[in-house]
Every structure is written in C-alpha cells, then in structure tokens.
Design a protein around this ligand. Structure first.
Ligand SMILES: Nc1ncnc2c1ncn2[C@@H]1O[C@H](COP(=O)(O)OP(=O)(O)OP(=O)(O)O)[C@@H](O)[C@H]1O
Ligand SMILES: [Mg+2]
Length: 289
C-alpha cells in the first residue's frame, strides 16, 4: 500500500534507495536476489547492505527469504518508492496526496506539482491476475519470463506512450512523466460517466463527441481496447477518455474485433441508459470511414 511508502519515504535515505536499486537490478537475473549480489549491484559493503535491508524490511519495501544465504526481492511498495524517488528528483511532483481510484490494476493518487494538482497512476497489473494478463496483453510481446513488476512497468510505458501520441489531438489526460510502473499526468476534474445522469440532449451531445474521439484515435492508428463508462471522465466543461494501457495499434491481428467491442460497449451503454436508439453497425462504419 502506498500509504506505508509515503509514511517511510524520508527515512529510506540515499543508501536505502541504492539497495532497492541493487535488488531491482538483481531481479533481472534472480527471482530472489542473494545478499552478495545485492552488495555488488548496489556498490555498498555487505555490512551496510545488511543494515539497510533490515530497515527496508521494517518499512515493508522488500521481502526476504532464507535459501542458504539470505535472498531478497522487491515488492510493489519498494517499486513505488523507487518511482516516487525519481519523480521527486526530477521535480515532476512536490508531494503526494489522497487516493482517487483504487482497483485491481492501478492505484491512482492526487499529487501536487508547483501548486497544481496532478495525478500519479501506479500500475499494478500482474499483481493479481498474472495468467489472465499474460494471455490478453499485447505489450508483453513474446516474452516468456516476466515478473508482475515488469508487467506493470510495460503497462505504464504503453499508457504513457499512447497518451503522448494522442494528447494533442484527442481528449485524453496530458502525460507529464513516466518512470517504472508509474505515470504523472493531468488531473481531470469530473466523474466517471457511469456515475452521472445526463438529460437526453446532453447524452446525445456527449455520445457524438465520444464517437468523434474514437474516430480520431482510429485515424491516428490506435484503438482503446477497454472502452467503458468507467474509463470516461465527465464534468460540466469537458469529457476525457482515460486508461489507455491495453490499447492496441491498428496492425494488431485483433484490432478490428477490439474496435467492434469498444463501439458496442459505448453504444449499448447509451442505448440502455438513455434510449438513444443508436445503430451499432452505422456507428462502426462512421468510425472506419
Ligand atoms: N487523469 C486522471 N484524472 C482524474 N482521475 C483519474 C485520472 N486517471 C484515473 N483517474 C481515476 O482513477 C480511476 C482508475 O483509473 P484507470 O481507469 O486509469 O485505472 P484502472 O486500470 O481501470 O484501474 P482499476 O483497476 O481501478 O479500474 C478512474 O476510474 C478515475 O476515477
Ligand atoms: Mg479504468
């Protein structure tokens, strides 16, 4: 949990971060990293490493295991701490605040940057449903070996890159920074579409905007892949589409079925809730044309 990380962040100190990075490097080779290797990768003497590992363990940033010698690995708290440290050092955020969203696949927090509110999204893919993710996610490529942290990192990278490509043309949050499994992005005021009730005129208006955005996205070569009333944020003045990590490019072998599913989801939602009587096939044709 991020609260624990934030609580102990200042006490980790430079040498603690060196040890965390040492374990992270070791995890490219080992599932559990032997303490000697932690010392080598962190560039710190064994005595210092022992002291630091004790502290990191107390802060719940690592997990330790006895297999002959002691072995260690990062957990998601440790990974969060490393990303936060980078954002702090790069001046991408000044402080981290309350939770705005928490689910199986991401922990989303408000943060401050030069007096403005921004969002930090910590990806958690792979933490729960490893198998399902492995089957569904395009960004894993042909990799056979990956940790849950690598999956989360690839998801964040994908989301950052797509937001970066789209944000000047499509209504999506502007991305500001990316490190490991985490993204700093624009804070979107508003509620999930699922939690608002529109009048008929507004429902038509918003639906038309969303179709235009899907069309623009498509013409730029992308498909969202998880379009739903939960991934659309709406307020009096704006509507934005969020949550792009599972998006695919048009050359993906299943791109057309993902597009169809996205459009069906959106049309069915508006038809069900607002009786707009939209013809899904026509809508799909309009987007492809
Ligand atoms: N840029 C943003 N501005 C404001 N709120 C956001 C932003 N990004 C995400 N959120 C909030 O956090 C929630 C979860 O974010 P997102 O949909 O990107 O992640 P997710 O992978 O779907 O995670 P979950 O498993 O929680 O569904 C959103 O539904 C929204 O309420
Ligand atoms: Mg979502």
């Amino acid at each position: 949990m991020l609260d624990k990380v934030v609580e102990n962040f200042k006490s980790i100190e430079d040498k603690g971060f060196k040890v965390l990075r040492g374990i992270e490097t070791g995890m490219k080779t080992y599932h559990w990293v032997p303490i000697d290797e932690v010392s080598t990768f962190s560039g710190l003497p064994l005595e210092e490493v022992r002291y630091r590992l004790d502290r990191l363990d107390k802060f719940e940033l690592i997990e330790g295991k006895k297999i002959g010698n002691k072995r260690f690995k990062l957990n998601f708290n440790g990974y969060d701490a490393l990303a936060l440290n980078v954002f702090a050092n790069r001046d991408s955020i000044d402080s981290i605040g309350g939770e705005v969203g928490f689910g199986k696949e991401a922990e989303v927090r408000k943060a401050k940057w030069k007096g403005n509110e921004v969002i930090v999204k910590f990806h958690r893919e792979g933490k729960v449903s490893f198998r399902k993710i492995k089957k569904e996610r395009d960004y894993l490529g042909d990799r056979k070996h990956f940790s849950s942290m690598l999956i989360a990192k690839l998801a964040a990278k994908r989301e950052y890159e797509v937001l970066d490509e789209l944000s000047s043309d499509v209504r999506v949050p502007e991305p500001f920074d990316w490190n490991r499994h985490s993204i700093v992005m624009e804070n979107i005021e508003g509620d999930e579409l699922a939690n608002v009730t529109l009048n008929e005129e507004d429902a038509n208006f918003i639906f038309d905007i969303l179709v235009d955005e899907i069309k623009k996205t498509y013409s730029l070569g992308f498909i969202h892949g998880d379009m739903s009333e939960f991934n659309i944020l709406i307020s009096e003045n704006q509507v934005k589409i969020i949550d792009w990590s599972q998006s695919v490019n048009l050359d993906h072998p299943n791109s057309q079925s993902f597009l169809k599913r996205d459009v069906e989801n959106l049309c069915s939602y508006f038809n069900r809730k607002y009786q707009l009587g939209i013809n899904i096939k026509d809508c799909l044709e309009k987007i492809r044309s």
